[in-house]
Design a protein around this ligand. Structure first.
Ligand SMILES: [Cu+2]
Length: 141
């Protein structure tokens, strides 16, 4: 019989001093229960004035000899968290949900604008530059 375990990663995103008022930058401490996967350099853009969604970008590092994947997420700061990718479809960049984001053994996966990202929908309040929020990412272990 196959046993499935789950682990939760919690990212504490802290506002950092920035000269660019158009973007929010965060430093991230992301801790896994088994500390095999860590996240670095997490940041997000403040949502557009009429929007309640934003993308979260970070680097996932896998310090284990086994392939890992992020399979979902949640946050008290948003109604819904999805894993997304950007794709060029007929000259238009469109984003679509993906079921998981792989992190190779002893490797890393970069989530960045124009590529993979974590999408936050239904943001509570109006986050601004320097704000802090916590996102929990779920691993496939
Ligand atoms: Cu997206």
């Amino acid at each position: 019989m196959k046993t499935t375990r789950s682990a939760t990663l919690t990212a504490n995103l802290r506002g950092a001093v920035t000269l660019c008022s158009a973007m929010m930058f965060f430093s991230a401490g992301l801790l896994a229960q088994e500390s095999t996967v860590v996240a670095q350099n997490a940041w997000a853009r403040p949502p557009a004035p009429s929007r309640d969604m934003t993308g979260l970008f970070l680097v996932l590092e896998n310090h284990s000899a086994q392939k890992r994947a992020v399979v979902g997420g949640s946050s008290d700061a948003a109604d819904k968290v999805e894993l997304h990718e950007m794709k060029n479809e007929g000259g238009m960049m469109r984003m679509s949900p993906v079921s998981q984001i792989d992190v190779p053994a002893n490797g890393k996966t970069e989530l960045k604008p124009g590529g993979l990202h974590v999408m936050l929908f239904g943001l509570k309040g109006k986050p601004v530059e320097g704000d802090t929020f916590v996102v929990t990412l779920k691993l496939d272990i």
